[in-house]
Write a protein of this length. Structure first.
Length: 277
């Protein structure tokens, strides 16, 4: 099998930095003889979460009922009010929030006038952004513009949001007299992964994305492939590869920004060998 690999795939710089901070937090907790916690999943990948849990990190979503200790804040961020509550309870915060998300949160807080958040309601990042600006409505589709009055809005976009969907929302908003002043664009790392993947579509039978089904950017890579008429497979690891893949002649192999190198390498080796190890 011919396996094509895009230039940009796997961990982005923000995720690598977050995991370094997690390492530092674990060591600080040990040094101080304190428990170490993680607020939510540091990234949307079960394998990464399991590796931290194996090192004694406990996942929590509230300071209630636990002894104060060192708290790692996930890459997607934490709502302002909840961060303040953890601090009041005596937790030492190690902030692993993606720098782009932090910048978006800061701009939302500082934006004058009306604000709006473009992203998927319920996503971890949107929870953090909403926590920075509780009065800002969340828009995930063109249809959800129905509840938005005409006027000017300062807007931020979920870092892993669909580029085509964002463009559709902006066009329809303009038609309705809703002026969106976007304060920050979709994450550059996400865009590079999409562009790099798109450049390899010609002449391949399918696209394999290594990532967790909870990862928005991994799902978006699959959606991009399918929009180009390619069969797309999302797998957490080599064990999840379907048998039909091994009969194909050429595939593109990529991975989401929260996918460990080890997972990607294992899938690559299996595809190139034509079998699972």
């Amino acid at each position: 099998m011919n396996v094509l690999i895009p230039r940009y795939h796997g961990f982005c710089g923000g995720v690598r930095a977050a995991l370094r901070k997690a390492d530092e937090a674990i060591e600080e907790a040990r040094r101080r003889s304190l428990p170490c916690y993680l607020y939510g999943s540091i990234v949307h990948n079960r394998l990464v979460t399991r590796s931290l849990e194996a090192r004694g990190v406990r996942m929590i979503l509230s300071p209630d009922g636990v002894e104060p200790g060192v708290l790692i804040v996930r890459t997607h961020g934490i709502p302002d009010a909840l961060r303040a509550l953890f601090e009041e309870r005596g937790f030492l915060i190690v902030d692993a929030t993606c720098p782009v998300v932090l910048r978006n949160m800061s701009m939302l807080r500082d934006a004058e006038g009306k604000a709006l958040i473009i992203g998927v309601r319920g996503h971890s990042e949107i929870e953090a952004l909403s926590g920075a600006r509780p009065d800002a409505p969340v828009i995930a589709s063109v249809a959800e513009l129905d509840g938005i009055a005409a006027g000017e809005y300062k807007a931020v976009v979920q870092t892993t949001f669909s580029v085509p969907l964002l463009s559709a929302i902006e066009r329809e908003a303009a038609r309705r007299g809703i002026v969106l002043k976007v304060l920050n664009s979709i994450c550059d790392a996400s865009e590079k992964r999409r562009e790099s993947l798109s450049s390899l579509f010609n002449g391949v039978d399918a696209v394999v994305v290594v990532g967790d089904e909870e990862s928005a950017n991994s799902r978006e890579l699959c959606a991009l492939a399918e929009s180009a008429g390619k069969k797309a497979y999302l797998t957490l690891d080599a064990e999840g590869l379907p048998d039909e893949l091994f009969s194909l002649g050429a595939v593109v192999l990529t991975s989401g920004a929260s996918t460990p190198d080890e997972s990607f390498d294992a899938v690559r080796d299996a595809l190139m060998a034509g079998k699972r190890f």
